[in-house]
Ligand binder design. Structure first.
Ligand code: IMP
Ligand code: MG
Length: 192
């Protein structure tokens, strides 16, 4: 089967831009201010869910004037249509001791809610003093479990988006904006 042929400009693979680079930068300043106020005087443990949260977390924590520790976790994917839906699980063990800590979990996007719901269950068992969540994007219309994030960058409609950390087949994470991937590129046979 033919392999995916990279195009010179991945921005050409977008149907439209939902959030521009400038809008992201401005919103990150606001989110940073919200977090600085919420966690003033505390020692924060930031847990990034990778790979998706990489770019968002890297930019967001540089807006924080707080004492903090950063660690990352990888969550197993349950989006495999060839097998029954499985509960998301944390693949890497966290190295920080979260007992008694103020923990902020950061992900790229809140969609069905399954990932953050499960990750919060796992971290709650580690007895943190507080546990909150922050997402860059919230697709509220697609929730399958009841879950709301404490801090949200942007509310977006039910579209498949890429860029600024979000991927399709590990591509497009490096785009500085967030855009809707062209429908014909969302499942091209030559990608599999
Ligand atoms: P949830 O468990 O359904 O809330 O999904 C969260 C994960 O699904 C995110 O961390 C993303 O990896 C992925 N995801 C959901 N929607 C999108 C999208 O529009 N573009 C890229 N990834 C997405
Ligand atoms: Mg992800």
């Amino acid at each position: 089967m033919a392999a995916y042929r990279p195009r010179p400009n991945p921005l050409d693979d977008l149907d439209s831009i939902l959030v521009t680079e400038e809008e992201i930068k401005a919103r990150l300043k606001e989110l940073g201010a919200e977090l600085n106020e919420a966690y003033e005087g505390r020692d924060l443990a930031v847990i990034a869910i990778i790979n998706g949260a990489i770019i968002f977390v890297a930019d967001l924590i540089r807006e924080l004037n707080l004492s903090l520790q950063l660690d990352c976790v990888r969550v197993s994917s349950y989006r495999d249509e060839t097998r029954p839906v499985q509960e998301p699980e944390i693949i890497d063990k966290i190295r920080l001791d979260l007992e008694g800590k103020d923990v902020l979990i950061i992900d790229d996007i809140l969609d069905t809610g399954n990932t953050l719901n499960r990750v919060c269950e796992i971290f709650t068992a580690m007895k943190p003093a507080s546990l909150k969540t922050c997402v860059l994007l919230d697709k509220k219309a697609t929730r399958s479990v009841e879950f709301e994030a404490d801090f949200v960058g942007f509310h977006i409609p039910d579209e498949f988006v890429v860029g600024y950390g979000l991927d399709f087949a590990e591509r497009y994470r490096h785009l500085p904006c967030i855009g809707v991937l062209k429908t014909e590129l969302q499942n091209p046979p030559e990608w599999t």
